[in-house]
Design a protein around this ligand. Structure first.
Ligand SMILES: Cc1cc2nc3c(=O)[nH]c(=O)nc-3n(C[C@H](O)[C@H](O)[C@H](O)COP(=O)(O)OP(=O)(O)OC[C@H]3O[C@@H](n4cnc5c(N)ncnc54)[C@H](O)[C@@H]3O)c2cc1C
Length: 410
């Protein structure tokens, strides 16, 4: 039984049926409902998960970062990425799982999960009636704040480690093939983005959940500040739809399994804490969960001990990069000038983005990257300390680090 037909759940269900397991895929919504997401698909998603052209709205060459002073830095991907709409992607993935043999039950909300010695049981509500299904194992793919995960594993979601995204779709005016990122004092501890789709583009800001009350104001202040640039890209007078949603930017999940139970995708906090991309990790963790279930079936044991393999797979594949990205997040995101510094002045940044985040080719972060990050951080801290000590100092004025920061020392 798989609960939730987002990328993680559909990927798990498709892999399970392909391995010969009878699988039910439960989804509480219908797929015409839109889902809040920038819709950026790195090349790794397109390559590893056979995403067809019909799901792609725009091919992307790379990233264009707008720094606080409107200066831009461009990162070109080695392999093209793309953008999609999530209702398009999610319905395609769920249908593909169904075509492979999964039983997809839509408009069905799981309301309870129980783990018994010989079976797991999920109760769900559909058309006002309660149903119960027994299964060897339950895969919880019901997204961030998963009710299933909280019932079995306790509250693994710390509010202070959640971020909030606010997005508005506008008609698109240009033929951009770049995903735009905005770093600014107005947004503060967070980012802005403009994701070009077919006839629309999604303008969004993401900030810590603790600042949720101010997000709308931040969004419109961001528009005011960047109006000149944005007005060339989107029709700011015509808002098509607005959306808001939460995403995890947390430390690596320490336990994603229990007796007859696994969590995947956002439910398992698998969003890259630097980039905020989660679709790849959702798809990949779904496959890993299915591989683990297959092994457990061969051992004839769905105990916690037997399903621990899943945690090992997650850690081997993602933990090092996630830990590094969280460090970057914590040290640099908090202050736009620090983020601008690593984007603009850190030589290893492009390589890092490309290997760890977009191509996903690197499972381990090199010592060089780690030392490079420490050096970049020390330079910024030193610069900020000097500026705080003597604002009138001219020592760094002509140096290129001079654009960084005022007196924010932490
Ligand atoms: C503002 C924002 C922008 C983002 N931009 C990007 C981006 O550009 N690129 C990227 O890679 N990632 C992005 N992400 C992250 C990405 O959206 C998630 O990581 C991804 O959706 C995770 O997939 P999932 O299948 O784990 O969860 P979800 O996509 O959340 O799917 C969970 C599914 O479970 C269903 N469900 C929930 N509860 C139940 C229940 N009780 N019973 C039955 N079904 C249930 C839900 O309806 C949903 O369909 C963004 C996130 C946000 C918030």
């Amino acid at each position: 039984m798989v609960v939730g037909a987002g990328p993680a759940g559909s990927s798990a269900a498709e892999s399970l049926v392909k391995k010969g397991f009878k699988t039910i895929l439960l989804e509480k919504k219908n797929f015409s409902q839109s889902k809040v997401c920038g819709g950026l698909l790195p090349a790794s998603v397109l390559k590893e998960f056979d995403v067809p052209l019909k799901v792609i709205l725009r091919r992307l060459k790379g990233y264009r970062v707008y720094l606080p002073n409107n200066e831009t830095v461009i990162f070109n991907f080695k392999d093209e990425g793309a953008t999609t709409d999530r209702n398009l992607l999610d319905s395609f993935l769920a249908n593909r799982a169904q075509d492979a043999g999964a039983e997809l039950i839509g408009n069905a909300q799981a309301i309870d999960v129980k783990i018994e010695r010989a079976k797991a049981k999920v109760a769900y509500k559909k058309a006002g009636k309660i149903h119960e299904v027994s299964s060897q194992v339950v895969i919880a793919a019901d997204g961030i704040g998963s009710k299933m995960a909280m019932k079995i594993l306790g509250n693994i979601y710390e509010k202070r480690n959640l971020a909030l995204g606010y997005q508005v779709n506008f008609p698109i005016l240009d033929d951009s093939s770049y995903f735009d990122v905005f770093i600014s004092e107005t947004i503060g501890y967070g980012l802005g983005w403009l994701s070009p789709k077919l006839e629309t583009a999604t303008l969004g800001v993401g900030i810590g959940l603790y600042r949720s009350k101010t997000i709308k104001k931040i969004f419109y202040d961001h528009i005011s500040e960047r109006r000149q640039i944005l007005a060339e890209k989107i029709d700011l007078n015509r808002e098509i739809s607005r959306e808001v949603a939460v995403l995890p930017l947390d430390k690596f999940v320490s336990k994603a399994y229990s007796d007859r139970f696994l969590i995947v995708g956002d439910a398992a906090l698998l969003v890259n804490p630097f980039s905020g991309d989660g679709i790849y990790y959702a798809l990949k963790s779904g496959r890993m969960a299915a591989d683990t279930v297959e092994k457990a079936y061969e051992r004839d044991s769905f105990s916690e001990e037997s399903l621990k393999d899943y945690q090992i797979l997650l850690e081997r594949e993602f933990e090092d990069v996630f830990d590094f990205c969280l460090k970057v997040h914590k040290r640099f995101y908090k202050y736009p000038e620090r983020l601008a510094f690593i984007v603009k002045d850190s030589k290893g940044m492009y390589e890092f983005l490309e290997d760890c985040i977009w191509s996903k080719t690197r499972k381990k972060v090199s010592l060089r990257q780690k030392i490079g990050l420490d050096i970049a951080y020390s330079i910024i801290r030193l610069n900020q300390a000097l500026r705080a000590f003597s604002r009138s100092s001219t020592i760094f004025r002509d140096h290129h680090y001079a654009s960084i920061g005022h007196s924010d020392i932490h």
